[in-house]
Design a protein around this ligand. Sequence first.
Ligand SMILES: [Zn+2]
Length: 75
Amino acid sequence: MSEKVTIAKHDLICDLCSRRIPKGSRCRIIRDDFMPGIVYFEHLRCPPPSATVEENIQPKSPVIHHNNMPVMMPA
Ligand SMILES: [Zn+2]
């Protein structure tokens, strides 16, 4: 295995997190020395899941919690 940091010449898919590596950004390229046809691309640091916006996510309706605590009445 040999790895080096390179600039993505086109959009790539990270083999670790399956997220897009945009064209022009730095990424890690990993080659298998024994199987030259196999190349892996990775982010230098994969983004955390919360850093990406997922599509078609509908926010849930807010849940209203009623405060059912007993109320002290003056005697
Ligand atoms: Zn990644």
